[in-house]
Write a protein that binds this ligand. Structure first.
Ligand code: 5RP
Length: 233
């Protein structure tokens, strides 16, 4: 039997792909849930229910998937707007604020997602929280030479910083930009907007995974009475 989490991710990814209209420029997010949206966009292009779209990717992973599903791609210097972006999240609060960066792609994701006229977030029900930071740390992308001073500053801010290590790769993970990720757990995030700004003002930090006031629509994959459903807010 397929894992229920996989079923929720598939359903919600597919639902988000249905929001895409022909003749639009779309931001393609990163992660296992968005991967199902990219796959479904590809299927819609193949079936002819969707025509003339251009994708702007947020990571190497998204680029590889878009090419696999024959989605035409462009770059931010070649387009003057993005109509809609679809991306995942690691936590979503009741105000539609997010923590992202579980896939170490939040810097490019924030650029693309915040440029989109409409940003749709795709998550399974386990990602919904009352307060940001309750289940996951805030990922902070940092240039390698600034690692030690940035870690010290994050401790001063009350965080518990931890250099993200690779899996099946010796040493730390390296982002698509060639930088490192410091996962920083906070006991309680009182004001996500001001924490986002304060962290980004530390010299050597590129961007962090707090997305405040960026998302427009949250699609949540759930299983109710053994049936997968997609709820939205
Ligand atoms: C990558 C991200 C992802 O969108 C986030 O981690 C959710 O991933 P998944 O859909 O695999 O749970 O922010 O940087």
């Amino acid at each position: 039997m397929t894992d229920p989490i996989v079923i929720m991710k598939q359903q919600v990814g597919k639902a988000a792909a249905e929001y895409i209209e022909s003749n639009s420029i779309i931001g393609l997010g990163t992660g296992s849930t968005t991967a199902y949206a990219i796959e479904h966009i590809g299927k819609r292009l193949q079936s002819g229910s969707l025509k003339n779209i251009i994708g702007i990717t947020t990571s190497f992973q998204a680029e590889v998937l878009a090419k696999k599903y024959n989605i035409p791609l462009s770059t931010l210097d070649m387009v003057d707007h993005i109509d809609i972006a679809i991306d995942g999240a690691d936590e979503v609060d009741p105000r539609k604020n997010l923590i992202k960066g579980g896939g170490a792609a939040h810097t490019q994701e924030k650029i693309v997602d915040s440029l989109a006229k409409k940003f749709i977030v795709v998550v399974d029900g386990n990602k919904i929280v009352d307060s940001l930071g309750s289940t996951v740390p805030v990922p902070v992308e940092v240039i390698p030479k600034a690692l030690t001073p940035v870690m010290e500053k994050l401790k001063e801010l009350g965080g518990n910083p931890d250099l993200r290590m690779g899996i099946r790769k010796a040493g730390p993970i390296v982002t698509d930009q060639g930088n490192l990720i410091i996962d920083t757990k906070f006991d309680y995030i009182d004001d996500p907007k001001s924490l986002e700004t304060i962290i980004n003002n530390i010299p050597g930090v590129l961007d962090n995974g707090l997305f405040v006031g960026v998302a427009n629509l949250i699609l949540i994959g759930e299983i109710v009475d053994n049936i997968p459903v997609v709820r939205e807010f």
